[in-house]
Design a protein around this ligand. Structure first.
Ligand code: IPM
Ligand code: MG
Length: 364
């Protein structure tokens, strides 16, 4: 029996609904005799913790995470607390503190999902966006002076290091090389941003020499939005800076049918620290507490987590159950114009996993 220590951080809003759903699915998997087990530890960090303690997570919180094998995260955000405090106090603190420098965002149109592009076939859209996750526009460098006075000045410095750029480019090229099409698009804005983005392009060209099997091209981020809409099949693996990829990945999720489905892995590729997996939808206060959040983004994130842990077969089983759920019109949550509840989708996915376990394993 292989056992994994999983930290659960539901965070805020619907994170408190989808992370328990994710745990249920992992428990169903463990219960289905897949030879794996989980030891869960829950952390009550987030907005409520902030109101009680004045911080989103405790000082020694990172220490508690270091000994885990992986982290399943919900979302951070609270209507009563400024967004930059919730973000920097929890999610960025963990991503930067555990050096999870590669943020990986796969996008596919799952079975049964009605995606908005009329001319796009399901097979035309199969992307992975690799987002730089520890520096760039989210470096936190900058400041405000003369606060509140008319001469106030403020700056956010997009800081890029050659080492930081090289490691994310290398990760993206390696990922592209591992996918059937072996194709990478490097997103840039080096026409307007003439320092760091020019270095970004140069580093990409240098790393590309180590991956002769990968076909790669460069696209300006503005043109990239149009290409994603007009020529989705021309893209496969994509690498972009922290903010660029933040924007592009919302577009990608919307083009695939719903933000409620899209998953993320915050990866520490060297595995010195645990990696963290989360749905990208955020806390969604408008629907919190009503049990109607779409848990699919969390389940797909859990599948990415299993893959990262080396449990490819278990990941495949979760995705098979997820795809059976999306294919069933009765299991659509309201983001997909349906009326199914979080619990109904979760139960269906767990039942599918249990039923599949009674069938023999597929042989590769
Ligand atoms: C994401 C989110 C976050 C980000 C928000 C919640 C700050 O949009 O994970 O893409 O911008 O990184
Ligand atoms: Mg985003």
């Amino acid at each position: 029996m292989r056992r994994y220590r999983i930290a659960l951080i539901p965070g805020d809003g619907i994170g408190k609904e989808v992370v328990p759903a994710g745990r249920q699915v992992l428990e169903a998997l463990a219960g289905a005799e897949n030879g794996i087990g989980f030891d869960f530890e829950s952390f009550d960090w987030g907005g409520d913790y902030y109101r009680a303690h004045g911080a989103m997570m405790p000082e020694e919180g990172l220490e508690a995470l270091r000994s885990q094998d992986a982290i399943l995260f919900g979302s951070a955000g609270d209507p009563g607390i400024p967004d930059h405090i919730t973000l920097w106090g929890l999610r960025l603190k963990i991503c930067q503190g555990l050096d999870q420098y590669a943020n990986v965002r796969p996008t596919r149109i799952l079975p049964g999902i009605d995606a908005p592009l009329k001319r796009c076939r399901t097979e035309d859209l199969d992307w992975v966006i690799v987002r730089e996750n520890t520096e760039g526009e989210y470096s936190g460098a900058g400041g405000r002076v003369h606060q509140g006075f008319p001469i106030e000045a403020a700056m956010d410095v997009s800081l890029m290091t050659r080492a930081g750029v090289e490691r994310i480019q290398r990760y993206a090229f390696r990922l592209a090389a591992s996918r059937p099409r072996k194709q990478l698009t490097v997103v840039t804005k080096s026409n307007a941003q003439r320092h760091a983005m020019v270095m970004w392009d140069e580093v990409a060209a240098g790393v590309a020499r180590d991956f002769p099997e990968v076909t790669w091209d460069k696209e300006l981020v503005d043109a990239m939005t149009a290409r994603m809409v007009n020529r989705p099949a021309s893209l496969d693996t994509i690498v972009a800076t922290n903010l660029q990829a933040d924007v592009l990945s919302d577009l990608a999720a919307a083009l695939a049918g719903s933000l409620g489905i899209a998953p993320t892995g915050n990866i520490n590729p060297e595995r010195v620290f645990p990696s963290m997996f989360e749905p990208i939808h955020g806390s969604a206060f408008d629907i919190m507490g009503r049990g109607v959040a779409n848990p699919i983004g969390t389940f797909w994130s859990a599948a990415m987590m299993l893959d990262h842990l080396g449990e490819a077969e278990a990941a495949r089983r979760v995705m098979e159950a997820v795809e059976a759920a999306t294919a069933d019109p009765k299991l659509r949550t309201r983001d997909l114009s349906g009326a199914a509840t979080t619990a109904e989708v979760t139960e269906a996915v767990c039942a599918h996993i249990a039923a599949a376990a009674r069938r023999p394993l597929a042989t590769a």
